[in-house]
Ligand binder design. Structure first.
Ligand SMILES: CC(C)CCC[C@@H](C)[C@H]1CC[C@H]2[C@@H]3CC=C4C[C@@H](O)CC[C@]4(C)[C@H]3CC[C@]12C
Length: 566
């Protein structure tokens, strides 16, 4: 109106972006981040005036509730598609008006900062929503909506059941019922400590440890094989992204038990001729706990150092990993590096426990900058259906930032890419084995990790996780014995640490060099000779540790184990 133009009001114009409809570079379609918080909203009737309301802006839709609690209850008072509204702002009074004809919002921010944030976010969401609409119109895009991806994924048949590997398909014993174990007391007594370091009764454990779980991230290593055989760099990136996502899928069934904490110096070796890779992992540092791993195959190398921080929020617990994941592909000389997202254990103290991953992953190729990839693990919202649970979206960008590929789906169901020459489901988790709920929710691959066959036993270094007695006892269903053994081992570890400190020594990792920050696990040559020469020898002169005897050969050997100097 006239009055407005004369005062401090201005209409916010959209930044113009080129639309390549039908072109080969679809628009930047990454969903802008969610913005939420309190704003003042003007009301005409009843109770005329400014009222504090909680606003949430998500995927181009602005909703508001009376307060934040109502958000969780799903009580939404109103919503508006911001791309359909004219936005005018008044910088002096921090006011924003959205006029969609039939719906009109008058809003006011408490501070300049908040005003600025909201205006920027509203602009981004308008643009996003408009582009989405433009693509649908031009018929170029099926739809970015995740439902489309989901439908395509569920139409894709499950991968053919792999040929029998001759390995076990179930565990020797069922998992114990641990619903009676009071977690509250344990967690409250250990506030501020890493969950990984808190000693818990064996009934809460699963018979694999964190070193073995590193190997579990290679369950879908065939995606890396495919990547190494894909000439197009952008398509290659799509497979790397699918691999990065696939590592998170085990979380669906694994929220009732906690992996064992490896002791310092513990190792895990996994040679899989059928999958074409071999892996070695080692607990290289105790404080903070760091597990390093390295895997090699004709098609790739994979390594990472895993450590994380915990944030305990009372009801939920966030695991914030800090290490980076690395993959190299020999054929094209690529070296990819990416970060991990946050994993949240919701309802950590109750039986309604479940895991969620959220945050952004950026995959970079350190060898050239032809393309990068961004993956968003979307944090689920409380309103509406469960359809946005476990949602993942991603884009592969070229050097100029244009989107070359786009994919999406759910980390527990699969990922669909509709920009490949033939749009297809690029990854789908393997079906769970029979009776998996009785076996800790393990996948077939997970069940194979701790398997110890007679032919393998003499080949393993004495520090191998498969030789850990407490973990073995748990696997065999001997929970009470496992509990006792676990206490012994933890006590022994403390003693060993005291001993090392007394002597002013530091633990030296066996298979990894560069133990200081930034910890970049570089394999010593030992890996090469691990099967030929075994890479280790026992030296009897070095014996003598308090408590060393009586703990079984695992501990005895551990101390007498000589590290090959590389
Ligand atoms: C209190 C107990 C019984 C509840 C069970 C805790 C389980 C669910 C916790 C304990 C340790 C956790 C793991 C610790 C570290 C990582 C690395 C991260 O990059 C992905 C998640 C992952 C793999 C976590 C998954 C959830 C986890 C296995």
């Amino acid at each position: 109106c006239m009055f407005r133009q004369q005062t401090d009001w201005e209409v916010v114009e959209d930044v113009q972006v080129e639309i390549h409809s039908g072109g080969e570079h679809p628009l930047e379609m990454t969903t802008p981040g969610i913005c939420e918080g309190y704003l003042l909203k003007r009301r005409k009737w009843p109770l005329k005036g400014w009222h504090k309301r909680y606003f949430i802006l998500e995927a181009g839709i602005l909703r508001y509730c009376k307060n934040q609690q109502d958000v969780f209850r799903g009580r939404v008072q109103g919503s508006l598609d911001v791309s359909l509204a004219v936005m005018s702002i008044n910088k002096k009074s921090n006011r924003i008006d959205l006029d969609a004809g039939d719906i009109l919002y008058h809003m006011k921010a408490k501070s300049h900062e908040l005003f600025y944030i909201w205006v920027t976010k509203l602009q981004a969401h308008r643009l996003f929503k408009k582009n989405e609409a433009a693509h649908v119109q031009s018929g170029f895009l099926l739809s970015l909506s995740n439902n489309t991806y989901r439908a395509s994924i569920s139409k894709t048949p499950n991968s053919v059941v792999p040929k029998s590997t001759g390995r076990r398909t179930k565990l020797p014993a069922h998992c114990p019922d641990n619903s009676h174990v009071g977690l509250m007391a344990i967690l409250y007594n250990n506030i501020g400590k890493d969950l990984a370091r808190v000693s818990m009764p064996a009934a809460l454990n699963e018979p694999v440890n964190l070193l073995q779980r590193l190997c579990e991230e290679l369950e879908y290593s065939d995606l890396l094989d495919t990547a190494n055989n894909t000439p197009d760099p952008y398509q290659r990136m799509v497979y790397i992204a699918a691999f990065a996502i696939s590592g998170y899928s085990t979380a669906t069934f694994r929220n009732r038990y906690k992996p064992f904490n490896p002791v310092l110096g513990e190792t895990f070796e996994c040679i899989r001729e059928d999958r074409g890779f071999r892996l070695i992992s080692e607990q290289v540092c105790h404080h903070p706990p760091i597990s390093a791993c390295h895997a090699d195959s004709d098609n790739f190398s994979f390594w990472q150092d895993q450590r994380w921080k915990n944030k305990f929020w009372g009801k939920s617990l966030e695991i914030v990993p800090t290490g980076m994941v690395n993959v190299t592909l020999p054929r094209y000389g690529d070296h990819y590096e990416w970060n991990k997202v946050v994993t949240c254990i919701h309802n950590v103290l109750s039986q309604q426990r479940y895991l969620e991953h959220y945050g952004e992953v950026t995959i970079q190729n350190l060898k050239n900058s032809v393309c990068t990839c961004k993956i968003t693990f979307v944090k689920s919202r409380y309103w509406g259906s469960d359809t946005n649970k476990n949602e993942v979206q991603g884009t592969v960008l070229d050097q100029s930032g244009s989107v070359i590929h786009r994919f999406g789906g759910l980390w527990h169901e699969g990922i669909f890419c509709d920009t490949l020459p033939t749009p297809k489901c690029i990854w789908k988790p393997n079906p769970q084995p029979k009776d998996y709920l009785l076996y800790y929710g393990f996948s077939t691959f997970a069940m194979e990790l701790n398997e110890l066959t007679p032919d393998l036993k003499p080949l393993l270094p004495p520090t191998d996780s498969r030789l850990r007695p407490d973990q073995r006892m748990l696997e065999e269903g001997k929970v009470d014995e496992a509990d006792i053994k676990k206490d012994e081992i933890e006590e022994y570890q403390r003693e060993r640490r005291k001993e090392l400190t007394k002597k002013g020594e530091d633990h030296v990792p066996r298979f990894f060099k560069n133990r200081y920050k930034p910890f970049n696990p570089v394999l010593g040559e030992t890996f090469e000779c691990i099967r030929e020469d075994r890479g280790f020898r026992l030296i009897s002169e070095q014996v003598s540790y308090p408590g060393g005897s009586g703990l079984g050969s695992f501990w005895f050997s551990m101390y007498n184990f000589c590290r090959i100097v590389t």
